[in-house]
Design a protein around this ligand. Structure first.
Ligand SMILES: Cc1cc2nc3c(=O)[nH]c(=O)nc-3n(C[C@H](O)[C@H](O)[C@H](O)COP(=O)(O)O)c2cc1C
Length: 251
């Protein structure tokens, strides 16, 4: 097992994998880490589909267009899950409050699913495996993915995670300076933020230039604004409504 330092401070996304399966006992360790996720009220408002079948992975790759989906040993799909509580409530004849239809309820499920995904990343990294989260699982036709995986109502995709033995060792990406990430006791003023983030943009530009041989002067601000413009156009509402999660009323 890797040390905690190594797992947390040397982690980087790995997008190329060796074509070999993960041993059952290692998968079991990842599953246990997922199961033991801290969740709101211990409600465990999440569940996970672990896809190992190459044919299913290929179908998901056709939807998401990310090669990691088909080349990974396991492709996990982390979901918000209010279905199981409804099944349990029905079995006991209890009223179901439709918490998933509130912004708070949906957020609770997303937090639980995201923490479960991070537990899987930490467990996999500790075992020497490489991981890459795949947001396209949620944004590239999630209804089609849900049909392929047989997701019932009140279960909705939050994120995918590709895991496998690493076949590349990418550089660590520069991250924002500590004073704009962790604010000790008080949020910094805009002048401080602007200074720190401008310096960070210069660092990112230098990093990208070095990696691409001067072919780009991409910085963080411009790059992320472009992403947000694209992502803003993606409406999750119809997909969630199709899964019987209709956020409204008190949002
Ligand atoms: C929620 C989430 C979704 C992501 N989706 C994708 C994706 O669809 N494809 C991809 O190649 N990387 C994806 N990533 C990986 C990010 O691009 C990566 O974490 C980021 O560039 C920072 O690099 P690092 O992980 O090496 O530190 C995603 C990461 C997160 C946390």
């Amino acid at each position: 097992m890797k040390t905690v330092d190594d797992v947390l401070l040397n982690r980087r996304s790995v997008r190329r994998y060796e074509r070999r399966p993960i041993e059952p006992e290692k998968l079991e360790f990842i599953y246990k880490a997922i199961r033991n996720t801290a969740t709101s009220y211990n409600g465990q408002q999440f569940s996970v589909v672990a896809v190992t079948d190459p044919e299913i992975k290929l179908k998901l790759y056709d939807i998401m267009g990310q090669k990691q989906v088909k080349t990974s040993a396991v492709f996990f799909v982390f979901c918000v899950d209010f279905h199981q509580l409804e099944v349990a409530a029905k079995a006991k004849g209890l009223e179901f409050p439709d918490f998933q239809n509130t912004l708070n309820g949906y957020t609770v499920g997303v937090i639980d699913a995201a923490l479960a995904m991070q537990n899987a990343v930490v467990a996999a990294e500790a075992l020497g495996l490489g991981c890459c989260c795949i947001g396209y699982a949620r944004t590239a036709d999630p209804a089609a993915t849900s049909r392929i995986l047989g997701l019932p109502d009140k279960v909705a995709i939050v994120c995918g995670l590709a895991v496998g033995y690493p076949n590349e060792f990418p550089d660590m990406k520069p991250k924002r300076p500590m004073p704009v990430v962790v604010h000790e006791n008080w949020y910094p003023d805009d002048k401080t933020l602007a200074g720190e983030l401008t310096a960070y943009d210069e660092l990112v530009t230098a990093y990208n230039r070095e990696r691409t041989g001067d072919k780009t002067d991409n910085d963080w601000t411009g790059h992320i604004l472009d992403y947000h413009r694209l992502e803003k156009a993606k409406d999750l509402g119809p997909y969630l409504a199709g899964q019987e999660i209709e956020i409204g009323g008190n949002r």
